[in-house]
Ligand binder design. Structure first.
Ligand SMILES: Cc1cc2nc3c(=O)[nH]c(=O)nc-3n(C[C@H](O)[C@H](O)[C@H](O)COP(=O)(O)O)c2cc1C
Length: 502
């Protein structure tokens, strides 16, 4: 099968970029050159919950699977956070996922928010603020905080290889995909209430420690996200209406609003979803995984297992509930929403567009730029539907050297309020400072979406940019990642050759 994928490195000018968008019928604005501060739209400040954020770049939460087993920061983590500070972004959205209860960790090396960790978390964040102040004169216009989470279906709190799921509801395709029987127990309402108390306690800790911002995570298939699609759950935390399915978030957010009225609240939201995907086994060759295709959902229609999804055709989004939800969040006192999509565990292509898949993913079945444009259009439509809610956009790293050109066009046209940056910050944190100060980039550090930062943790290794960050490239983990990719390719090749010879 010939796929129409054109590498961005082969597109040499913004005019050629525009032509490519026209060929693909995509609507993606791009500027001809990078505008420096103070004229750049990305250099403008914005008020969020009474805090004047110094520019329109946000760093997404990026965890490193490198905390201690009791949830404390490590030197690698401090290094990563310092680099976030050195990026020049004035909004550090949550730093990374921090579990509110030990059973809710996505891996045994995830941070936890508790009385004996909060001091070290704040000290690590202060290192980041100090690094930022040193490079940019002041950190007083830098908004930062923590992302509070429970990993729900994707908890691995004790063993990196062992799922210990906590389910909001039984999902016919995901239960099957992750080897859970259809009658695997779902969380009781009492357990959910206990968890809500843990969120509120964590927020109080954070607030008392002087942290200005907290994100109540509702994205990527984790518990807060799963509740939004709990159509089939009985009791007060599930049901047909959005009011019922958002009870979990409402109870957390309104309780935090009461006890910590000054804390600025955000929600990272998977604004739309698709059915789970898998590699197409028929089209796998050359030791590569097959291109992505949807899992069979024919016995699940109308589809009641996703949020922001077209129930009749669940490989399309439907933003009607998402737009309503933004209004609800505003009414509960949430100041800003970070728009993401789907889940890295079951449909990574819609969430982190990449040319090269992680080891548990699949090859692109279409040009990854299509998945970037979808996220951008979703933010644009949501901004139009709920203009009162400031939004951060995600999935922009795949734009590579065109990231600043597109980001500044998006902000100027009011399609988004903040341009968010995920994977690129691991390879090239100074991309923001370079674009705002020099209007030029150092292309050797640009993330080419090799996905090693995801492949490593999927195989029990800490994360980092193994291709481009010298620190990780030359580490023993760097060697391990290269070896495991080689081994995986060889193994796949053998399986494919054996199949072909039958
Ligand atoms: C190594 C790695 C760690 C991540 N950690 C988190 C996290 O802790 N919380 C979160 O909401 N998203 C996390 N993400 C998702 C990113 O924040 C972001 O949404 C995604 O990479 C797409 O943005 P990008 O195209 O700029 O990379 C992570 C992604 C990667 C690759």
């Amino acid at each position: 099968m010939d796929l129409d994928i054109k590498r961005l490195t082969s597109i040499k000018t913004s005019a050629a970029f525009r032509e490519r968008m026209t060929d693909l019928s995509l609507d993606l604005p791009i500027d001809d050159s990078i505008q420096k501060a103070p004229e750049s739209p990305l250099a403008q400040s914005m008020d969020l919950g009474g805090f004047k954020v110094g520019n329109r770049w946000a760093i997404h939460p990026m965890e490193g699977w490198d905390a201690t087993h009791d949830g404390h920061p490590t030197p690698d983590l401090v290094r990563r956070w310092r680099r976030f500070g050195e990026s020049g972004a004035k909004f550090l959205w949550g730093m990374e996922a921090v579990a509110v209860r030990p059973d809710g960790r996505a891996n045994p090396n995830q941070l936890m928010a508790k009385p004996d960790t909060i001091g070290e978390l704040v000290t690590a964040a202060h290192e980041c603020l100090e690094a930022h102040g040193k490079s940019f004169g002041t950190a007083s216009d830098l908004l930062w905080g923590f992302q509070l989470t429970h990993s729900g279906r994707f908890c691995r709190p004790n063993d990196k290889k062992k799922l210990e799921p906590k389910l909001a509801y039984s999902h016919p395709i995901l239960n099957r995909k992750f080897n859970l029987p259809p009658d695997y127990p779902i969380m009781s309402d009492d357990d959910v209430q206990d968890l809500i108390e843990h969120y509120v306690k964590a927020a109080i800790l954070v607030d008392k420690a002087g942290v200005p911002f907290v994100d109540i995570k509702q994205c990527h298939g984790y518990l807060g996200h799963e509740f939004l699609s709990a159509f089939t759950r009985k009791g007060k935390y599930g049901g047909e209406t959005l009011a019922e399915r958002s009870t979990f978030a409402r109870e957390i957010i309104t309780a935090i609003r009461q006890v910590a009225p000054k804390l600025i609240l955000g929600v990272r939201l998977s604004a739309f979803d698709f059915v789970p995907f898998k590699p197409n086994p028929v089209l796998a060759s050359g030791g590569n995984l097959g291109p992505g295709m949807p899992e069979d959902y024919s016995d699940c229609l109308p589809y009641k297992y996703g949020f922001g999804i077209n129930k009749e055709n669940p490989v399309q989004f439907d933003l009607s509930e998402t737009a309503q939800y933004l209004k609800l969040l505003k009414s509960w006192g949430v100041s800003v929403v970070n728009i993401s999509a789907g889940s890295p565990y079951y449909n990574p292509h819609i969430q982190r567009p990449a040319l090269f898949p992680p080891s548990d993913g699949y090859q692109p079945a279409e040009d990854p730029i299509i998945n970037v444009e979808r996220q951008i259009q979703v933010v644009r439509q949501l901004k139009a539907a709920a203009p009162e809610m400031p939004l951060v956009s995600s999935g922009l790293t795949y734009l590579q050297e065109y990231m600043p050109h597109v980001a500044q066009a998006l902000v100027r046209q009011g399609w988004t309020d903040f341009a968010g940056m995920g994977r690129m910050v691991l390879s090239y944190p100074r991309i923001i400072a370079d674009s705002l100060e020099k209007g030029a980039l150092e292309t050797k550090y640009i993330c080419r979406t090799f996905s090693d930062c995801t492949t490593a943790p999927r195989n029990g290794i800490k994360s980092g940019c193994f291709p481009l960050d010298e620190y990780y490239r030359t580490s023993k983990e760097g060697e391990q990642v290269r070896q495991l990719k080689k081994d995986q390719k060889e193994k796949l090749k053998q399986v494919q050759e054996a199949k072909a010879s039958v």
